[in-house]
Design a binder for this molecule. Structure first.
Ligand code: C2E
Ligand code: MG
Ligand code: MG
Ligand code: MG
Length: 299
């Protein structure tokens, strides 16, 4: 019965009546623990960014990276973003945390550019909650001004849920963001309530195909068809397309065949600490190097 109650409670979501179970009590306890620790995490410098390379499928070269937050808490250990981003959103802490991510990612990218490591693009994830904050637009402007990063080297990742939420940004706000010169992408494309109308109404540059589709493209004809269709759709709308979560050479081959523009995933590299990412850039390691080498097993 407890299992069924849990299942129902999960399906109903956190705003609905929930049955009490020991498992849920533990879950909410952990949430409370995370929430209170999260309040001090910024000032205690417990966050770091890891960077996952994005590779151009025509040239095989690294052309960008996604900044992904990591939280190392002295007692809780490494807390993955999937466990704390939701809490940060609910508490509003995502606003200062998100601002820190943007500033850190832009400063790091500019430092690499100044070191002659290439004019890469850095992608930063934005939560819907950040759109309800008045400081978003001035914040982006300020970070660009302070770091001196070329606006076209900053990409902001939005999710489809943003367009269904009660804080759906005015078309106007996205146009003003665009007019700063930054790029806008839709993350996890295909997993939300995809509505094609926003693709034509909002000034989007990039679609990121969710890894749940990429995962099975070599085994599931439907997923292969969906991925091919997303690529065609993107190109017909003059958008560029990135496949997420590419783990095998076979997946890569299929994406190449279908004309996908870029990829990121464990096949090329996991998200890396800044130092390791820099090493990769210094070696100018692209896809070709990997394809010549014997494959390193991915866990
Ligand atoms: P996302 O933005 O879709 O990021 C991609 C996630 O897929 C990352 O998980 C990445 O490590 C993982 N990934 C990349 N390649 C592969 C692969 O080949 N196979 C598999 N199995 N996974 C792969 P991560 O770093 O745990 O982040 C999870 C989510 O947390 C992100 O999903 C994003 O929604 C959120 N997130 C991370 N950093 C931030 C941030 O700074 N701000 C906000 N608002 N959200 C963030
Ligand atoms: Mg993302
Ligand atoms: Mg994604
Ligand atoms: Mg996501």
């Amino acid at each position: 019965h407890a299992d069924i109650a849990m299942y129902r409670a999960k399906k109903l979501g956190r705003n609905n009546f929930q049955f009490y179970t020991p498992a849920m009590n533990e879950e909410s306890l952990e949430r409370v623990r995370i929430e209170s620790a999260l309040r001090n995490a910024l000032e205690r410098n417990e966050f770091v960014l890891h960077y996952q390379p994005q590779v151009d499928l025509k040239t095989g070269q690294i052309v960008g990276m996604e900044a992904l937050i990591r939280w190392k808490h002295p007692e809780l250990g490494m807390v993955p973003p999937t466990r704390f981003i939701g809490v940060a959103e609910d508490t509003g802490l995502i606003v200062p945390i998100g601002a820190w991510v943007m500033r850190t990612a832009c400063a790091q990218n500019k430092a690499w550019q100044d070191a002659g490591l290439g004019n890469l693009r850095v992608a930063v994830n934005l939560s819907a909650r950040q759109f309800s904050a008045a400081e978003l637009l001035p914040g982006i402007e300020q970070v660009l001004a302070e770091t001196g990063l070329e606006p076209s080297c900053l990409e902001l990742e939005l999710t489809e849920s943003l367009f269904m939420s009660d804080v759906t940004p005015a078309v106007d706000l996205l146009h003003r963001m665009k007019s700063l010169g930054v790029k806008l992408s839709i993350d996890d494309f295909g997993t939300g309530y995809s509505s094609f109308s926003y693709l034509s109404r909002f000034p989007i540059d990039v679609l990121k195909i969710d890894r749940s589709f990429v995962n099975d493209i070599t085994h599931d004809a439907n997923d292969a068809a969906i991925v091919a269709s997303i690529i065609t759709l993107a190109h017909n709308l003059r958008l560029s397309v990135i496949a997420e979560g590419v783990e095998t050479a076979e997946q890569l081959d299929y994406l190449r065949q279908q004309g996908c523009d870029e990829m990121q995933g464990y096949y090329f590299s996991r998200p890396l600490p800044a130092q390791d990412f820099e090493q990769l850039l210094r070696q100018r390691r692209g896809l070709a190097a990997l394809e010549d080498e014997p494959q390193v097993a991915v866990a």
